[in-house]
Design a binder for this molecule. Structure first.
Ligand code: NAP
Ligand code: MG
Length: 402
């Protein structure tokens, strides 16, 4: 069989620990035997980030800007323990944070659904994708403890020195104060990423906040979404037969539970933080959650939603067998290959990526799965696979399909 060609490179960002081991297995078993893999490789493993003073992370994000599509392995975000473990020059920032800041993107997280791994909500038939606004609000807050009587005010000083003041509270005793902000430009970028992604997926977009209580702050989010939708997206949504609607956050949670899935749920920063963990758990397993960063100008970075699975890696280092789920990482690759194929008009590549996804799902549905899924699967006959064994089982199915 002739290997599939790629004209434009995919930006490949390697990572750390167990997911780095899976990364190589996936390439060796599921990709390079079938594709003339054309990637521009960036090693985001912690050691190399340290050696390059983290320049490699910035360069990889610049490469995504240039080529349009990247695929990323999970990486360590250093803390004090990691600084010691890897003798780091300093506590480098989260690579995902750095990349997000450069691409100015929104992160979309969606579960991969397979028979036998049932969501806790039985009538969820299709994935629910969460889009989390990744700028501002309480994540960039200034806070203060108040020790006694006094007056708290919001003060805005314009460039020309004029002041605007709003009373927050007349304190009779001790309490707390918080100042948060957001930017129209960031909210608009978030809105455009969401509308673009909905068009890409041909799915409805839901957005919710609390504008009845927060008449300026949350209302501003609602207004910006509405204005951009009317001006730039309404016609295309109608053409595709998909809808956008805004509702209150407490109304939306009820609708989500009653739904059958199959839509995109745009969340403000805090709502997205909480709700994405809720949905990941409700859909079954972290090993089955994919994540894609989409910039307002349509650049894509695909990855798994989980981390580097450190506990499994230490077992691996001791020479013990591991049963680590590679599904989300495989889907990061297929997502990126499909997007590359769509952009380049490379139907063979799109077709291959779709087959690999089908082969992965059917492997699990035939009872072959890793330990995390074996624990929760409702299938009657289950074969718990080691990490490589699972990937090789997928390869067998894939070869039969090709
Ligand atoms: P984690 O790697 O997501 O793993 C937490 C636990 O979840 C694992 O110990 C494992 O449970 C289970 N798990 C996660 N993914 C799995 C998979 N593919 N297959 C089977 N089980 C899986 O989170 P962590 O241990 O808190 O973080 C480890 C490192 O990852 C940290 O250094 C953190 O900075 C980094 N991280 C990176 C990203 C990213 O690059 N996007 C995201 C999050 C965390 P059991 O141990 O019970 O089997
Ligand atoms: Mg969270």
């Amino acid at each position: 069989m002739e290997k599939i060609k790629m004209n434009v490179p995919l930006v490949e960002m390697d990572g750390d620990e167990m997911t780095r081991i899976l990364w190589k297995m996936i390439k060796d078993e599921l990709l390079t035997p079938f594709i003339d893999l054309n990637t521009e490789y960036y090693d985001l493993g912690l050691k190399h980030r340290d050696e390059t003073d983290d320049r490699v992370t910035v360069e990889s994000a610049e490469a995504i800007k240039k080529y349009g599509v990247g695929v990323k392995c999970a990486t360590i975000t250093p803390n004090a323990a990691r600084v010691e473990e890897y003798s780091l020059k300093k506590m480098w920032k989260s690579p995902n944070g750095t990349i997000r800041a450069i691409l100015d993107g929104t992160v979309f997280r969606a579960p991969i659904i397979v028979k036998g791994i049932d969501p806790y909500v039985p009538h969820w038939k299709k994935p629910i994708t969460i889009a989390r606004h990744a700028y501002g609000d309480i994540y960039k807050a200034s806070e203060m403890k108040v020790n006694g009587k006094g007056k708290a005010e919001l003060v805005f000083t314009a460039e020309d020195g004029t002041e605007e003041r709003v009373l927050i509270h007349e304190f009779d005793g001790p309490g707390i104060i918080q100042g948060i902000h957001n930017l129209d430009a960031s909210i608009a970028g978030f809105a455009r990423s969401c509308f673009n992604f909905a068009i890409d997926r041909k799915e409805d977009l839901w957005f919710a906040a609390k504008d009845t209580i927060s008449k300026k702050y949350d209302h501003n989010f609602k207004d910006i979404f509405a204005e951009i939708y009317e001006k730039e997206y309404k016609a295309r949504f109608e053409e595709l037969g998909i809808t956008y609607f805004y509702t209150l956050i407490d109304d939306v949670v009820a609708r989500v539970i009653k739904s059958e899935g199959g839509f995109i749920w745009a969340c403000k920063n805090y709502d997205g933080d909480v709700m994405s963990d809720l949905l990941a758990t409700a859909f079954g397993s972290l090993g089955m959650m994919t994540s894609v960063l989409v910039s307002p100008d349509g650049k894509y970075e695909f990855e798994a939603a989980h981390g580097t699975v450190q506990r499994h890696y230490y077992k691996y280092l001791k020479g013990e067998q591991t049963s680590t789920n590679s599904v989300a990482t495989i889907f990061a690759w297929t997502g990126a290959l499909k997007k590359r194929g769509e952009l380049d008009g490379n139907t063979a590549l799109v077709d291959f990526a779709e087959k690999l996804e089908k082969a992965t799902v059917s492997t699990i549905e035939s009872g072959y799965m890793t330990g995390d899924l074996a624990l929760i699967s409702k299938l009657t006959e289950i074969h718990k696979c080691e990490s490589l064994e699972f990937i090789q089982a997928i390869r067998k199915n894939l070869e039969a399909m090709i």
